[in-house]
Design a protein around this ligand. Structure first.
Ligand code: MN
Length: 312
């Protein structure tokens, strides 16, 4: 946008960056229905035969509340395909199922939540190890959120916690700070830690980076930073997602340049032991308040014991 259009765009952004009480009432309804949908999806796993069965269980809750899906649901045993929208795969013992599903109210306010759970009801030891790394990143990031904090620093915190976890598991070699500098985290976490949420799921992304990026800031060209959708200081009333993940994306991990660059940094043989972990993401909706953060989707558990119990 140019001239008057640019001024109008900036005005819209300033209004939409922070949500008023009416918006928050809607958003909380969308969040509550989304939590119910996820619980239904997890509970349906026992008798489900395919991804489509789980998707149906989840979306039927949303539809029965007279809401719609805020975006095309991701319900997949191939969690490493980041925007997978195929649902025909059978569910097999040993698979992890990743579900990224959110409701939208009739006025258009969105929710955006991801959980990953074991089809069998029990995480394998390797799945458990990686899940706990992702959960540590998720919990640590949320604990540090409050007005005034830079979202970029939250992203870097996720990168650090994931890197530390992968060093502890013997998958990465080196000092976590150095590894994050080298973008080694992005081999397994190749996206940003989250984004703005509101009337759209990636709110105002149709305005390019004008909304997501503070004036004067531009996207980094670094592999480990360039996919960050939000780079602003957090303000009260702002709604963001926190969604760290771990993925084994063949196009990244089998890329010759990547292999060469990170040859001595990744313990490739050790990594092979984790082949039953294709993709894990844990995502919640976080409202920034003057005191800190409110997790709008808190009623949906994320720890291993509670998730296993819900699968049954
Ligand atoms: Mn999201």
């Amino acid at each position: 946008p140019q001239e008057i259009d640019l001024e109008l765009t900036k005005a819209i952004i300033s209004l939409r960056l922070s949500h008023d009480d009416t918006a928050l009432r809607e958003i909380k309804q969308a969040a509550a229905v989304t939590v119910e949908a996820h619980k239904a999806g997890i509970a349906a796993t026992k008798n489900a035969k395919s991804e489509a069965n789980i998707r149906a269980a989840m979306e039927s809750i949303i539809i029965s509340h007279n809401m719609t899906c805020a975006y095309g649901s991701i319900v997949t045993v191939y969690g490493e395909v980041l925007h997978n929208e195929q649902y025909y795969h059978p569910l097999q013992t040993g698979d992890l199922l990743l579900a990224d599903v959110g409701a939208e109210t009739t006025l258009g306010w969105a929710s955006d939540v991801t959980r990953t759970w074991p089809v069998s009801g029990k995480f394998s030891p390797t799945q458990r190890d990686i899940y706990d790394v992702v959960l540590a990143a998720h919990d640590t990031c949320i604990s540090q959120i409050k007005a005034g904090v830079e979202y970029l620093d939250i992203h870097l915190l996720a990168a650090k916690v994931i890197t530390e976890g992968l060093v502890d598991l013997g998958i990465l070699k080196g000092k976590p700070e150095d590894l994050v500098e080298m973008d080694a985290h992005a081999l397994f976490f190749p996206h940003g830690v989250g984004h703005l949420l509101g009337l759209d799921v990636h709110d105002m992304e149709d305005l390019g980076d004008l909304a997501g990026y503070e004036i004067g800031r531009e996207r980094s060209s670094r592999f480990g930073l360039g996919f960050l959708r939000l780079n602003r200081p957090l303000i009260p009333g702002m709604l963001v997602t926190i969604e760290p993940g771990f993925y084994q994306v063949p196009a990244i991990l089998n890329d010759l340049e990547m292999r060469q660059k990170y040859q001595n940094i990744v313990h490739w043989e050790k990594l092979e032991k984790f082949s039953d972990v294709r993709g894990i993401r844990i995502e919640d909706d976080i409202l920034i308040t003057t005191e800190g953060a409110e997790i709008l989707t808190q009623e949906l558990p994320s720890n291993i014991d509670a998730i296993e119990k819900l699968v049954g």
